[in-house]
Design a protein around this ligand. Structure first.
Ligand SMILES: [Zn+2]
Length: 144
């Protein structure tokens, strides 16, 4: 049986594979990190740089906040009509001082989540097309 190729649901936002990583950018002047990539004008109000370097972000972080999403989520999470509630976590990347939102990995009970919990980046299927499986990043608790 043919296995469908796995590709990112959004090009250029993250690398998939065994050690997936989000792709962000860093301001060359004030060193502020951005995700998704910012390549226009620095959003730091005290900086007006327009030069950024592309960078892979930390694969681990801590839950800063989370919520149970009981409504149909916006793009890129639109899947089909079989929507089931899931948890969304805002995860703080320590080195980057950056909050990255993401769905919590499949099979994680929202009641088991806690502020400060260590999570790692994983890649899971979002939806399938005829010949591809579109993949999306999620956060998975490390100690559950
Ligand atoms: Zn800047």
């Amino acid at each position: 049986m043919l296995r469908k190729a796995q590709t990112p649901a959004i090009d250029g936002w993250y690398k998939i594979g065994k050690k997936p990583q989000l792709i962000g950018s860093q301001c060359k002047k004030c060193q502020t990190y951005f995700f998704p990539k910012n390549d226009r004008e620095c959003r730091n109000p005290r900086c007006s740089s327009t030069e950024f370097s592309e960078t892979s972000l930390s694969r681990e972080g801590r839950i800063w906040s989370y919520t149970n999403a009981c409504y149909q989520p916006p793009a890129p999470y639109i899947v089909d009509n079989s929507f089931i509630p899931f948890a969304i976590a805002a995860v703080e990347l320590e080195v980057e001082k950056l909050i990255v939102l993401g769905q919590v990995a499949t099979g994680t009970d929202v009641d088991s989540l806690a502020i400060g919990m260590q999570v790692e980046l994983v890649i899971e299927p979002l939806h399938e097309t005829e010949d591809e499986v579109k993949m999306i990043w999620k956060w998975r608790p490390k100690d559950l």
